[in-house]
Write a protein that binds this ligand. Sequence first.
Ligand code: PBG
Length: 331
Amino acid sequence: MATSTRLDLPAFARLRRLRATPSLRRMVRETALTPADFILPFFVTHGQDVRHPVSSMPGVFQLSVDELVREARTAAGLGVPAVLLFGLPAFKDATGSEGYASDGIVARAVAALKDALPDLTVITDICLCEYTDHGHCGIVRDGQVLNDPSLELLAQMAVTHAEAGADMVAPSDMMDGHVAALRQALDRAGHSGTPIMGYSAKFASAFYGPFREAAESAPQFGDRRGYQMDPANGREALREIEADLAEGADIIMVKPALAYLDLIRAARDRIDHPIAAYNVSGEYAMVKAAAANGWLDERQITLEILTGIKRAGADLIITYAAADAARWLNG
Ligand code: PBG
């Protein structure tokens, strides 16, 4: 026979009261995700009518400039304010020449986007790894990635992109002094109004695997641990952020996002600059793979992830799911 326990309940908080209806839940919701939070990355390649799928990132393509403009227009129409461009050069060499050539692929893409969609914010990635034959983010000599000589080329790339019309540049190379180098070069070239979003706390992460297929930028020897951060180091990440701010960064970034939410929060509590978080390729690929297997609900999980990143303290979220998420939020 079932026995019932008669409790003499103490007073306790009734937190469920404010969860009872959709309206109440909406009223007390603390974090509001909007399409204005998103930055959508693109991989741009030479040619016309090119839509080359990236196998490890379903829904992501290497796009020629004409296709890029079309996709960017769709995203802008959904309320996504900004795109971030990565370039696939026609050829790679030791110093990544196409990266800072005035007719390089990103410079062309920027010009076409600003022409077609003048209100769209066009941000360019500043790094050598997509353009170098060795796949490292700086110049290599005797197997070493050199810091200061790389800064000159990265600064040149930033000026080239600004000259093409880029609204913002985002150095992802993880060389020391990169923001200072870009700031000085931009100012001297008459682009003191071009903001810099520093990839400040960028970790040497296995979550970048699919990106390296998309950008064809895997290092041909060694790895990036000599310049990207050790995933174990949180305090050092705050020093990187402070260094970029001292050099003049307008926005700082934590990357990847999901395994580093503590650092987004720590940065938020410490600084007043805008903070960006990069919901990177591997984070996107995991969701896509699980959803394709029917293991996760893609829409719900994507919005939950993006909300979590914003709740942690990010003002801006760079995500390959920006257009889909904007559609879901608008819908
Ligand atoms: C280039 C760069 C990388 C990413 C952004 N810029 C790859 C890397 O550092 O190896 C990764 C982005 C992603 O995984 O979505 N330095």
